[in-house]
Design a protein around this ligand. Structure first.
Ligand SMILES: NC(=O)c1ccc[n+]([C@@H]2O[C@H](COP(=O)([O-])OP(=O)(O)OC[C@H]3O[C@@H](n4cnc5c(N)ncnc54)[C@H](OP(=O)(O)O)[C@@H]3O)[C@@H](O)[C@H]2O)c1
Length: 282
């Protein structure tokens, strides 16, 4: 029996259902580096076992920072990374050529000081490269033992289905939160197939919008708006694994505590109505 609050990725990789997005940790000054290292370590101390990063975050610097903070990794800690976007001049540009994906995987292995990446996600599908070539490259890395599970990011149901015919897709990372539900059909598809769904931007919009209702629910629970956003997501689907990002220790602790909050049925349904209708596509 998996422990409570556990989600098993790809059928054999159990992680805590509340993850951590490391994108907001930086090492550009000694002070920020020390604080970022401390936050990453605190996340693991709090029982968070899925940490999300990418080759492109600080051009590899984010992965190096995580290795500095967490290596040798505690048993059960999974650092999930991504490849498939490059940053020319600071822009985000999909780059899914097979040889590039392979190179980035090798670099991530070196920076993270790993023999194998437990969850390797294609950051974006590159529209200029046939999808089978991109997924085929990830499948070969799996066959060579460099990658255990493959995930995707910002995909449609059709792209997910096509990729799944090439190799098993263990996770999907799409933008999704209380008010932005454009990925609802993808979430439903993931739930039917037992694919982990990692919503990015899980809380930030709820700290600004959602009005009085979020405040009322938060006050009733003795919680914050961000915690209500996370509790709603976790209740929304058993395959949900939010990866909130923060550069604050206090916020990290609040976010972790949100996994233990229980929303009543009526609060859950009332919050459900907050979806920005323009952002809901069923
Ligand atoms: N796949 C993709 O394309 C993609 C794109 C973007 C991000 N991501 C991943 O998703 C992760 C999360 O995304 P995100 O960081 O953009 O969105 P987010 O987690 O929804 O929002 C982070 C923002 O919310 C604030 N915050 C965090 N916890 C809070 C709390 N308890 N109370 C109040 N404010 C709080 C943070 O500020 P403080 O620092 O002050 O706490 C920060 O400004 C990233 O770290 C990254 O790993 C993936």
């Amino acid at each position: 029996m998996p422990a409570p609050n556990t989600l098993t990725i790809g059928g054999d990789l159990p992680v805590h259902r509340l993850g951590f997005g490391a994108m907001r940790l930086h090492g550009d000054t000694p002070q920020r580096r020390a604080e970022s290292v401390a936050i990453a370590r605190r996340a693991v101390e709090l029982g968070i076992t899925l940490i999300d990063t990418a080759d492109a975050y600080d051009l590899g610097g984010n992965e190096e920072l995580l290795a500095e903070a967490l290596h040798p990794y505690w048993e059960g800690v999974v650092v999930a990374t991504k490849a498939g976007q490059c940053r020319p001049g600071g822009a985000w540009v999909p780059l899914g050529r097979p040889e590039y994906l392979r190179q980035q995987c090798e670099l991530s292995l070196r920076r993270l000081r790993l023999e194998r990446i437990e969850l390797f996600q294609l950051h974006r599908i590159d529209p200029t490269v046939p999808l089978p070539d991109q997924i085929g490259a990830l499948k070969r890395l799996q066959e060579e033992g460099k990658v255990r599970h493959v995930g995707l990011s910002e995909v449609s149901v059709e792209q997910l289905a096509e990729a799944s015919r090439i190799t098993a897709i263990a996770s999907v990372q799409n933008r999704y939160n209380l008010t932005d539900r454009r990925s609802e059909p993808v979430l439903d598809h993931c739930e039917r197939r037992g694919i982990a769904f990692l919503p990015w931007l899980p809380i930030a919009p709820t700290t600004r919008s959602g009005g009085d209702l979020v405040d009322t629910v938060a006050a009733g629970l003795g919680a914050t708006r961000a915690q209500v956003a996370l509790a709603w997501l976790l209740r929304r689907s058993p395959v949900m694994l939010p990866i909130p990002g923060t550069s604050s220790r206090e916020h990290l602790e609040q976010n972790r505590a949100a996994a233990d909050l229980e929303l009543s049925d009526s609060d859950f349904s009332a919050l459900d109505s907050l979806a920005d209708r323009g952002a809901v596509k069923r």
